[in-house]
Unconditional design. Sequence first.
Length: 453
Amino acid sequence: MAINTRALEYELDALVKAFGCSGEDITIDYGESGATIDGTYVDYSSEDMREIKNRLKKHVYDLLSEKTGITLPWGTLTGIRPTKFPMDMFREGRSEEEVFRYMKDSFQTSDVKIKLAGNIAKKELEILKRLDLQSGFSLYIGIPFCPSRCFYCSFASYPADKRAKDMAGYVDCVIRELEEVSRLTKNRRLCSVYVGGGTPTALDEILLDKLLTSLDDLFDMDGVCEYTVESGRPDSITKEKLGVLKRHGVSRICINPQTMNDETLKIIGRKHSAKDIRDSFLLAREMGFDNINMDLILGLPKEGRDEVARTFDEIEKLRPDGITVHSLAVKRTAKLNLESEEYEDYTMINTDELVELAAERCNDMGLLPYYMYRQKNMKGNFENVGYAREGCEGIYNILMMEDIQDVVAVGAGTVSKIFASPGHAKRYDNVKDLDTYFERFSEVLAKKNNYYL
C-alpha cells in the first residue's frame, strides 16, 4: 500500500509541537515501508491508514512523554474535531463505555476529555436531529474591519478608521455576492446566518442596515433557525446599530470581552475597558436581546487563576446566555508570533486548573458544553468549548465544525464548504487580502458558479 507520508508528517509534527518539542528533541525519517523514530524502526505493516497513524503517533507520544515527563490532555489526538469519533460511534449505536474504551486505547486521551467529548457529541446529535441538513444550507458573511487588531488575531481584519473609505464599496461587493448565492440556492432552504469578521458592527448603522436589508430582499428569512451577528467589540456598539439588528430579526449576538481585566485588555490591543463591556451588554439586554454569547480566552498575558476568576465574577453578574472559552493559540500570522520579542516578558500559560475553573463557573451559571474544536499551537494543548443555556446553543458553530451541511460564505477571506457527497466537502476560498478582493472581484463571482456544477 502506498503511504501518504505527507499526512503522517503533518500529524506527527503537530504531536511533537504539542509537547513543546522540535526536531532537535526527536528525529523522524520517513521511508517507503516504515519510519525511523529516534533510531527505532517502526514499519507500516497494515492496510489501514488510520491504524498506521495511530501506531506511529503512540510511539512518538510514549517517547516524548518519557523524555519530558508530560502527558497531554488529548493524548495523541491532533485534529481539530475531537468529537468526531464519539459522534460516529453513537450514530452506530455504540455505548458510552465502548466510546470511552476506544478513545483511551487508541489515543490515550484523559478521562476528563473523553467525558467532555462524549457529552458534546450527544448534545450535538440531539440538536442536529431538528435541522434539515440535506436540502438546507447556511450562510456566512465576513466583515473584515475592526476598531483595532488584537495581538492574537490571524483573521482577515483591517483597522476601521484607516479603511473607512472602503467600507461602502465592500458592502456593495458583498451584496453582489449575495445576489449570486440567492440565484444558485433559490430551491434550497436557508437554515442559519452568521455575520462575522472582523467586527460587523464596525460598519456604521447605515451600511449595516443596507447589508441586512439585502438579506431580507434576497432570501426567505422566515425559515432561518438562527441569525447571529458578531457585535463583538463594545467600542463598535451603539444603540442605533443594535436597533438595526433588532429590526432585522437578528436572534443571537456576540459581545466578546476575552477578559474583564483592564490591564490585559491594553496588552492584547483592545481600546475599551471592562466597564465598556458591561455597558454594551446591559444596553443590548435593555433592547430585548435574549441570546447573547461572550468569548473568553485562557492563557492571556499575566493571567492566572485570580485574574480568570475575577473575569468570571464580572461575567456572572451579567448572566450571558452563552460563553465560548478559548485557549490562547499562537497563530503564524498573528502579531503575537510575528513580533514575539515584544511579549517576551509576559507569562502566557494555560493549565488544567484554569480549564477546570472555567468549566465549573460556566456550569454554575447553568451553561452546558455543546460544541468544541481545537487549533494548532494552543497553550497547554487544550481546546475551545462553547457553553450555553438550553435553547441558546450556537447552531451555526455546530454545522460549521461537524462538516454536515453546505456553508456558503461571502466576503474577503471567507471559506465555503460544499458537499458533493456526505462527508466529502469541497472548500472554496475567497481571496483574503481586501485590495485583492476588490481587484479580482469578477473572479470571486465567477467562482460561485462552480459550487453546484
